[in-house]
Design a protein around this ligand. Structure first.
Ligand code: PGA
Length: 243
């Protein structure tokens, strides 16, 4: 694992953008795995700016999002599809026909993994982490062999996601997520985390045992992971000489 500890959220976003932009210049037809949530927001803003300045292009890029709530359409403001449109797709030259979400395939979620495979596999996956150590919506206890499927959200995740809804009861309880095995098949991963509330999860994921109790800990077994943190999320790693 290559670990970068940046001064703050802006610097961590910039680091990620530099890597993604260089990647797209080298492989304009890259297949990207994308995450939603607060952490990648600045990354998408900076990538959109770069695209507008014609420094990079998404014209030939394909994207596969990590997860999506069940029961929300792309027109629903709380859906991840809507989030991606507002924060990246509509601000770049991407062809929306090349953007995919795990709920696109109704109950046949295996189709999502098959579609990823048929596209040549995900070259670069942007990944966040939940404070319970989840990746995508693979909550603690998820099997490392899991593939894209329908899941129930854990309580801390419902609580964290409530900030985007009118009230807790409006937060969907079900989602479809890429599985852990699906994520582990991606060729390169950028794991991003910001803020002190992620510090425990980051510590457990990077320094703890590989266990299904901390789904992100499996990333220790992936050959090509870049971890980009700000000082706050890296707080608990500070005295770890192994990193
Ligand atoms: P966040 O979500 O970026 O909104 O903190 C990350 C996640 O839960 O995976």
């Amino acid at each position: 694992m290559e670990v970068y500890i940046e001064e703050d959220y802006n610097a961590l976003s910039q680091r990620a953008v530099d890597i993604i932009a260089a990647f797209l210049k080298e492989k304009p037809e890259a297949v990207l795995g994308l995450a939603t949530g607060s952490t990648p927001l600045k990354i998408y803003e900076m990538l959109s700016e770069k695209c507008n300045k014609k420094e990079i292009s998404f014209k030939k890029v394909k994207t596969f999002n990590l997860d999506e709530y069940c029961g929300l359409t792309s027109a629903d403001k709380q859906s991840y599809h809507y989030f991606m449109k507002q924060n990246l797709f509509l601000k770049t030259d991407i062809d929306e026909k090349n953007t995919f979400f795990p709920t696109d395939f109704k109950l046949l979620h295996n189709f999502y993994d098959a579609k990823i495979k048929a596209s040549g596999g995900i070259d670069l996956q942007v990944l966040g982490i939940g404070r319970d150590g989840h990746i995508g919506f693979n909550e603690p206890g998820s099997k490392f062999s899991s593939r894209t499927r329908k899941v129930s959200l854990a309580k801390p995740t419902i609580e964290d996601n409530a900030r985007f809804f009118k009230s807790m009861k409006d937060v969907p309880r079900k989602a479809v997520t890429m599985g852990i095995a699906t994520i582990m098949e991606t060729k390169k991963i950028i794991l991003i985390a910001s803020g002190e509330k992620k510090s425990e999860a980051i510590f457990n994921a990077l320094s703890g045992p590989v266990t299904t109790k901390v789904p992100a800990s499996i990333l220790q077994r992936h050959k090509n992971v870049i971890v980009i943190l700000d000082k706050e999320s890296a707080k608990k790693l500070k005295n770890n000489p192994g990193l």
